[in-house]
Design a protein around this ligand. Structure first.
Ligand code: G4P
Length: 190
């Protein structure tokens, strides 16, 4: 998506060869008009696939995922990061380790909102090693749902996430695919 690529070039900051700061328009201050157009782009790309729900992992995926859900006319499921304090039969949980942030969390989904009839589109802001997306897939499978596609705003294509997901047969649609970056340099795949 040319608009997102241009915005990354204009307002994104490549801190080093690994980390891109996008906190002025995606994950701290949010540009709602851009998020709406991103939602439209995902809705167009994934139309006619029988998708019943959009899912994202809190928190930075929520804005684009909500716009996608709105454009598709279906609900948004927010996969929660906080662990359940009480044992609850109605929760699915799986542990996710983020190599980027060096943290682990317990991803949680209530069984009330997703079941075997659901075809779910996962939306997230970044794809790096693919740990978050893989955790979301594990969780949705626990709920017996089908993962119908994965939409990503920014893919760091020099990390293995995309390949891992495509090898498992998932349709991964990333709007901006970064081939290489370094302090002050950002290069896209196309
Ligand atoms: P992983 O495979 O190593 O776990 O990386 P993943 O893409 O799952 O991302 C882990 C977390 O790090 C995500 O945030 C993601 O948004 C963030 N992240 C990854 N690469 C970058 C980057 O280059 N720049 C920025 N700004 N963030 C990056 P999260 O833990 O889910 O938190 P939240 O921001 O959604 O609350």
């Amino acid at each position: 998506m040319k608009e997102l690529q241009n915005r990354i070039l204009q307002d994104g900051i490549a801190v080093n060869s690994d980390i891109l700061k996008v906190d002025s328009f995606i994950n701290h201050q949010v540009d709602p008009a851009l998020m709406l157009r991103i939602g439209q782009e995902f809705a167009d790309h994934f139309k006619d696939r029988g998708i019943t729900k959009v899912a994202t992992i809190e928190s930075s995926g929520i804005a684009p995922a909500l716009m996608t859900a709105q454009c598709m006319g279906i609900p948004l499921i927010i996969l929660k990061k906080q662990p359940s304090r009480i044992l609850n039969d109605n929760l699915y949980q799986t542990e996710v380790t983020s190599f980027t942030k060096g943290t682990s969390y317990e991803l949680t989904l209530s069984s009330s909102f997703v079941d075997e009839s659901d075809h779910v589109l996962i939306i997230d802001d970044f794809l790096a090693n693919g740990e978050a997306a893989t955790g979301a897939i594990r969780l949705l499978r626990k709920a017996h749902a089908t993962v119908a596609g994965i939409g990503i705003l920014i893919e760091k294509s020099f990390q293995p996430g995309h390949e891992k997901l495509v090898e498992q047969g998932f349709d991964v649609y990333a709007l901006a695919r970064i081939r290489r970056m370094d302090t002050g340099v950002i290069e896209f795949l196309s």
